[in-house]
Write a protein of this length. Structure first.
Ligand SMILES: O=C(O)C[C@H](O)C(=O)O
Length: 465
């Protein structure tokens, strides 16, 4: 057991383990919110350290904070960014809705560590104050939303978008490689007219292209930062140049397009940017769900399903059925898409529930947002490497199903009319005949006409993928 020291806040003294850098408010939160296992995500902790670093620099430049103290805070923040203090941020997502306790957790850790860097000690005789120095020109109400946006933009641009581009490229190569393979189409889960496998996959690629655009279009709003609004958006206790300077500093530190929010009241009172951004993530989940479902249906079998494509066989599928292999990557991807859609509902309800000057659903919103990004990015990476790259056509099965299909009859519409063509198809289906045999039996056309008119490869149109 580590020894304790006494830390104090406005509520009075409280014991804190001596080996920890956090202070009284972190300790109170730990004791009052023993709720579930979800902790503040590391991406958010890092974004908060970046925000504190930027604020200390700008406060020092504006001569509001002694340079020596600012440098110590910056060094402490850099240590957090280098994961040297990763056990110092133990707080639950399910805490105050403004994120104040996590903001104070960071303020306390940086103040105690900066004090040590300056040759002082941690605890009540520290040389750096959590509120007066580390939190200078700030309120949780502008700091926490800023850290949320910093974490979200970095996660989207550095983790999600690269994986989305890789999967899109893999599917594009498949669409090109399979552009001449004619197969039967399906609508309503019933046989329809033919298309090429390349055309079918090109639809998936176009879906991902649209998803990418929707996600990119959501970034500028998320790149607006609340910092400088302080408690209610008015900027009380800040220098007039602070908001613009601190956003610029964060943009330089992260190489991301951050700007100060033009309206701090909106930035504090809502989570609209993340609601909109998560909407784009939800859209991606909807697309991935359709793609993964199509892949597993097309690869179903191996003997008794559709079986038009083969996918990599990665691991045994069954503990009881020998030799069975399952489309497990599709299953993982569709499951995580469900989770992202659920997260979207939670983000929407949280975003819709702000009151007056502040939205207090923030830890939940950022927890869901970052989880959705991790799920989608890792999920696409896994699906790409262990499934999509290995998709191959099963030529025999594709031509078998194509030639057995009744909807090739659609090509006869323009020659003998819909009604006679329908009669041919229905008779073929009822009597188990091929289309040609049925057509000849009804006497609506000659064998030579059938062969000339019913040509699947000429039914796929000129739609390029
Ligand atoms: O923690 C703060 O800076 C403000 C707090 O969220 C509040 O508005 O009560």
């Amino acid at each position: 057991m580590a020894a304790n020291r006494i830390e104090k806040d406005s509520m009075g003294p409280i014991d804190v383990p001596d080996d920890k850098l956090w202070g009284a408010q972190t300790q109170r939160s730990l004791e009052h919110f023993r709720i579930s296992t979800e902790k503040m995500p590391i991406e958010l902790v890092h974004a908060l350290a970046l925000t504190k670093r930027a604020a200390a620099k700008v406060n020092s430049d504006l001569r509001l904070l002694p340079q020596e103290r600012a440098e110590a805070i910056i060094q402490a923040a850099d240590e957090v960014l280098a994961n040297q203090h990763k056990d110092e941020f133990p707080l639950a997502i399910w805490q105050t809705g403004s994120g104040t306790q996590t903001n104070m957790n960071m303020n306390e850790v940086l103040a105690n560590r900066a004090s040590e860097i300056l040759g002082g000690e941690r605890g009540m005789s520290r040389l750096v104050h959590p509120n007066d120095d580390v939190n200078k020109s700030q309120s949780s109400n502008d700091v926490f939303p800023t850290a949320m946006h910093v974490a979200a933009v970095i996660a989207v641009r550095e983790h999600l978008i690269p994986q989305l581009q890789v999967l899109k490229q893999t599917l594009h190569s498949k669409a090109e490689a399979f552009k001449d393979i004619v197969k039967i189409g399906r609508t309503h889960l019933q046989d329809a007219t033919p298309l090429t496998l390349g055309q079918e996959i090109s639809g998936w690629v176009a879906m991902l292209e649209h998803n990418l655009k929707h996600i990119e279009q959501s970034i500028p709003h998320v790149a607006e930062l609340a910092l400088g609004g302080t408690a209610v958006g008015t900027g009380l206790n800040t220098h007039p140049e602070y908001a613009v300077r601190v956003a610029k500093e964060l943009a330089e530190l992260t190489k991301q397009p951050f700007v100060t929010a033009p309206n701090k009241f909106e930035a504090l009172a809502t989570c609209d940017a993340l609601v909109h951004g998560h909407g784009a993530l939800k859209g991606l989940a909807a697309s991935l769900m359709k793609i993964a479902n199509d892949v597993r249906w097309l690869s179903s079998g191996p003997r008794c399903g559709i079986g038009e494509i083969a996918i990599p066989e990665n691991e045994p599928g069954s503990s009881i059925m020998p030799g069975k292999v399952n489309p497990t990557q599709c299953e993982a991807l569709t499951m995580l898409c469900c989770q992202v859609m659920g997260n979207d509902v939670a983000v929407n309800i949280g975003g819709a529930s702000g009151n007056f000057e502040l939205n207090v659903f923030r830890p939940m919103v950022i927890h869901n947002f970052l989880q959705s990004i991790r799920l989608l990015a890792d999920g696409m990476d896994s699906f790409n490497h262990h499934c999509a790259v290995g998709i191959e056509p099963n030529h025999d099965r594709i031509s078998q199903l194509l030639n057995e299909s009744l909807m090739l009859v659609t090509a006869l519409n323009t020659h003998i009319g819909y009604d006679k063509a329908a009669e041919i198809a229905k008779q073929a289906h009822k009597q188990g005949l091929t289309l040609k045999a049925s057509a000849l039996k009804l006497g609506y056309l000659s064998e030579e006409e059938f062969d000339r008119w019913v040509r699947p490869e000429e039914m796929v149109g000129s739609m390029k993928q």
